[in-house]
Design a protein around this ligand. Structure first.
Ligand code: BDR
Ligand code: CA
Length: 316
């Protein structure tokens, strides 16, 4: 049976690819997209989520806007990586679908409470503010959720500071809530996503599908390549966020390690660091784990196939 997920995201070039992977794979049932201020302002990323659905020709997935910014701190966006719109490099279609009118936090809570316990997976690919707010507003969701599979953090590497990753560093207090709630958390960190590089050959492979959507994704990758080269010193861009969805489709494409993971919220140099305790085998009741090795070819095949499926007029 397809896995029911809510994608909580801040699109974002790689968030857009995560959406398409979820939309185009039969093993995923995307119940809704919720948005969070992150890569760009809430208004912009919500527009982007609707525009990506429009580009995909899919009008059956609800989009709910969430929190404008972090629990405690000022929002820091990432125009250097994603541009002024959050999805620079493409002409976005005008969305015909509107947002639900329900706040993302309520959409998350209501969906979890209205479904059988153990059936809903949360997939955050932006700062964790909405998820933390949902935990605080309705703590029962913690025992009802199947698992949380998030893109964020780094075990041995950072990108927004020497030791912190963007999604966690933007709202470390929210991340602290999410990692300390006793639900199963799988962290898909930079250590893994830096293997998901969109080489020119992989991009050509997507482009060769020959649909408007495949061209759209290729244009997104052109921009992402340029911004990652200019800002982060990468030759090919790491396409972080769809790794979460790929893990849910086929966990065997990654290796997973259990370890206690907590969030640094105070350090002058280390705020937003995901601190994994690797000193000993994880205790039996450890509820956090992280992915550290990716079968890159199989990952890109999943992305390719999803884009091809949507191009064939798949309506979900
Ligand atoms: C994360 O930060 C964002 O810019 C990307 O969308 C991804 O979720 C990578 O650090
Ligand atoms: Ca993101």
């Amino acid at each position: 049976m397809a896995k029911k997920i809510i994608l909580d995201s801040d699109p974002g070039h790689d968030d857009a690819v995560a959406m398409l992977l979820a939309l185009g794979n039969e093993n995923i049932d995307l119940l809704g997209v919720t948005t969070i201020g992150g890569n760009q302002t809430l208004h912009k990323v919500t527009h982007n989520a609707l525009a990506v659905l429009e580009e995909a020709g899919i009008h059956t997935v609800p989009v709910s806007a969430g929190c404008e910014g972090p629990l405690v701190r000022e929002l820091e966006t990432a125009p250097g990586v994603h541009g002024d719109t959050g999805l620079d490099g493409v002409d976005l279609p005008t969305p015909t679908q509107a947002v639900t009118g329900k706040h993302a936090v309520d959409f998350i809570i209501d969906t979890i409470m209205d479904n059988e316990p153990g059936t809903i997976t949360l997939v955050p690919t932006g700062p964790l503010t909405n998820i933390a707010m949902a935990v605080r507003k309705e703590p029962q969701i913690v025992s009802r959720v199947k698992e949380v599979v998030l893109m964020g953090g780094g075990v041995h590497v950072g990108n927004w500071s020497a030791v912190a990753e963007f999604n966690i560093k933007v709202d470390p207090e929210a991340a602290h809530v999410v990692f300390n709630a006793p639900w199963p958390v799988t962290m898909i960190p930079l250590d893994l996503t830096h293997q998901a590089l969109c080489t020119p050959e992989r991009q050509r492979n997507i482009e060769s599908i020959g649909t408007p959507l495949s061209h759209f994704v290729s244009q997104l990758m052109d921009y992402f390549r340029k911004s990652y080269a200019e800002n982060q010193g990468f030759v090919d861009p790491p396409v972080h966020d769809p790794c979460t969805v790929a893990y849910l489709i086929d966990p065997s494409i990654m290796t997973i390690k259990k370890a206690p993971i907590d969030i640094e919220t105070k350090g002058d140099l280390t705020v937003g660091m995901t601190v994994a305790d690797l000193r000993a085998p994880a205790p039996a009741d450890c509820h956090t784990q992280y992915a550290d090795h990716l079968d890159v070819d199989r990952f890109w095949q999943l992305v390719h196939d999803a884009i091809e499926n949507i191009g064939e007029g798949l309506e979900k």
